[in-house]
Design a protein around this ligand. Structure first.
Ligand SMILES: [Zn+2]
Length: 149
């Protein structure tokens, strides 16, 4: 098993998602110790959920399979270059490596707008008297250590 083999699995998932389900051309697999433990395809058109990207769906499945929010000993193989949202999730899950087969320019050429491409959504901090209360509650109940790292 090598990098090209796992990338081909991701590409095959992307192809079958287009051909059999009319979905967008993205697939991803997560590999641990040389074995595929989770896979996902983009189901945004079907579910209307803008977060249903192949990488996120594969991460969710891998977390369920391993019973852990951290996938530190896993790699992800994606048919296309992960978007900013998936890059964030990949970092959050602490995956150890990312491999992709097609750069984002290919998706843009296919007129598929990368998620997270709107950089103009306004974010605003609002000062609230009890705004940090949930964190204080957490510390009260758990100390300052999170179970994750
Ligand atoms: Zn994505």
């Amino acid at each position: 098993m090598n990098t090209q083999y796992f990338l081909q699995q991701a590409i095959d998932l992307a192809r079958s998602n287009v051909m059999e389900k009319g979905g967008r051309p993205f697939g991803a697999v997560i590999v641990r110790n040389g074995e595929i433990i989770a896979a996902g395809v983009n189901t945004v058109l079907e579910t209307k959920d803008p977060t249903d990207h192949a990488e996120l769906r594969a991460i969710r499945e891998a977390s369920r399979v391993l019973g852990s929010e951290l996938l530190s000993d896993c790699e992800i193989y994606a048919s296309g270059e992960p978007c900013p949202m998936c890059q964030g999730a990949i970092g959050r899950a602490d995956l150890k490596a990312v491999y992709y087969a097609s750069p984002k320019e290919a998706a843009m050429k296919a007129n598929i707008v990368p998620a997270g491409s709107n950089q103009n959504v306004p974010y605003q901090y609002v000062e609230m008297a009890n705004g940090s209360e949930p964190f204080e509650l957490w510390i009260e109940r758990n100390g300052k250590q999170d179970q994750a790292k």
